[in-house]
Design a protein around this ligand. Sequence first.
Ligand code: UDP
Length: 342
Amino acid sequence: ASPRVLVTGGAGYIGSHVLHALTDAGIPAVTIDDLSAGRREAIPAAVPLVEGDIGSAELLDRVMRDHRVDAVMHFAGSIVVPESVVKPLDYYRNNTANSLTLLGACLRAGIDKVVFSSTAAVYGAPESVPIREDAPTVPINPYGASKLMTEQMLRDAGAAHGLRSVILRYFNVAGADPAGRTGQATPVATHLIKVACQALLGRRPPLAIFGTDYDTPDGTCIRDYIHVSDLADAHVLALLHLRRGGGSLLMNCGYGRGASVREVVRTLEEVSGEQVPATFADRRPGDPPQLVAGADRIREQLGWVPKHDRLDGIVRSALSWERSLEQSVGQAGAPGGSASRS
Ligand code: UDP
């Protein structure tokens, strides 16, 4: 059998899209996930799931050996920024310490290729946009700090042990697999596009628009929303780069252009033909007015060409995923459904 790429956190939002992209490209994978946040159904049938904790060195050693793992894509971790402020040590354990354990296992197994999920949160509140990869890294929350520390470990392990890595700093990931195989399934949503879809479907109170007095053209914050399937493609390209013997890379994942909160809401209304129930609220603490990626490097160094970079397509895919969730929730909860045992 050919070697497999180990995907940590393959049952989660981004990890599951990457597993589908790998499977579509005919690249064998195996995933470790503790299913604390992810869903078993999100994993393609062809990919073995090892249910467990990536903080366990024994488990990592066993999976790397049994599946002849030659490369790792590391998604598992905690990702809720406000939670990281109130539970910082959980973030340093789940993100930083577990990454340390994972890198140790890579060295023991002779694995020298790692693709790492990092975040634009490493930049903190940037002085100017677009944000290029050489901008200062001054995270303003433990989430960003926990990811930046892992980036540093990857660089140092590269210098000392020849480990090669592609560090991908995600901007605002949104949307869902156009084929409807997976999507963002977290029940308690905090991200704008998902929250707006849920508000539109009447599954939560109206969307609160956090701040309308920012120094932006329409007063609301601007973000660089990237379709999760384009992001997944970037990961496949990163893996192929490393397998070809390519050296370490660090790059932003975004389109290099932003949309405001109002534009997102308007786009969702156009796509659905319905109004998004919304209210105006105070600014949310810690939100920079604009986060837009400097996006040249990823195109130049990986030859990445986005296929889903229209905001209406991102929003449409998010809405149809949300609708499908609503249906399955409705079915599971229906009286007299499959759950009843008479
Ligand atoms: N936002 C909003 N209402 C919400 C969630 C988000 O107005 O219920 C705004 C938020 O203030 C920010 C933008 O939408 O300006 C994107 O926020 P999100 O949480 O999606 O991503 P972040 O940029 O914080 O990672």
